[in-house]
Design a protein around this ligand. Structure first.
Ligand code: ADP
Ligand code: MG
Length: 263
């Protein structure tokens, strides 16, 4: 167990979602904070039947530590493409992705995998939970993968405590042993959020996180994301086609014809 988690558990407090030094940095105004994640003149096209379809035509964006940024765009405008590039799941044709001031899009795959496992959490419209695992096991899965078998066995108790606390924080403490098919859409997204945060990422990338939920449930998930941002200092980049959802973020930019407006 990490020292910060151990001390917060023994003190009977919530575990810190983000490491301590970031939580303490919240006295600075947003403008003073360094950029955590940035895209510089990002370009991406897809090829279909020999025809090149440009999707991103030079995207410049940044998000500062502790910020909640919404990227709004119509269906097919390239939101998921952009989020995948920011999460280093895919590589741009041109331009750069910078994490904490360092260019990362050209790192070797193994180093990008490590960056993603340790520092970037992702959630999706369709949750992408593993159907055979319970909510608790789904949240533990990234730690199992990061640790490997023997290290995971050594840390299992601490990991289970952390995963349970995160599921409690996400409002799913009463469904730890339910499998995804036994959960509602909102509950599956809560489990996916807990899973995305279990490795203490520095940024959460959210792809239409309410896109498959009814209005009331979507509002609850937005409330959870807002409280993680405001109370835990979690940096969030969310893409959505829904302006009402985007209005709940701190700042909005619009993806139009492959470029961002309003940065
Ligand atoms: P959004 O998330 O805003 O709906 P996407 O980023 O998924 O948009 O897609 C942007 C455009 O790129 C769409 O026109 C889509 O059809 C196309 N596209 C996305 N992925 C691929 C792919 N792997 N191959 C070819 N075209 C793709
Ligand atoms: Mg999409």
């Amino acid at each position: 167990m990490s020292n910060s988690l151990r001390s917060s558990v023994t003190a009977g407090q919530r575990p810190a979602i983000v490491p301590q030094r970031r939580a303490q940095a919240s006295v600075a105004s947003p403008e003073d904070k360094p950029q955590l994640l940035a895209a510089v003149r990002l370009k991406k096209s897809y090829r279909k039947a020999g025809v090149e379809i440009p999707v991103l035509r030079g995207v410049d964006m940044h998000v500062r530590r502790g910020e909640f940024l919404a990227i709004v765009g119509q269906s097919g405008s390239g939101k998921s493409t952009l989020l995948h590039l920011l999460g280093t799941l895919d590589a741009p044709d041109a331009g750069e992705v910078r994490f904490d001031g360092e260019r990362v899009d050209n790192w070797p795959a193994a180093r990008r995998d490590a960056l993603r496992n340790q520092k970037i959490g992702m959630i999706f419209q369709f949750y992408h939970l593993l159907p055979e695992l319970t909510a608790l096991e789904n949240v533990l899965a990234p730690l199992m993968i990061a640790d490997g078998f023997w290290a995971y066995r050594r840390h299992r108790k601490a990991h289970q405590i952390r995963a349970t606390e995160l599921l409690n924080l996400a409002g799913l403490g009463h469904r730890l042993n339910h499998k995804p098919r036994e959960l509602s859409g909102g509950e599956m997204q809560r489990a996916a959020i807990a899973r995305a945060l279990v490795a203490r990422p520095e940024v959460l990338l959210a792809d239409e996180p309410t896109g498959n939920l009814d209005g009331g449930t979507g509002a609850e998930i937005m409330g959870l994301l807002q409280s993680l941002n405001r109370q835990q200092g979690l940096t969030i980049v969310m893409v959505t086609h829904d302006l009402a959802i985007a209005n709940q973020a701190d700042r909005r930019v619009k993806l139009v014809e492959g470029r961002l407006e309003g940065t």
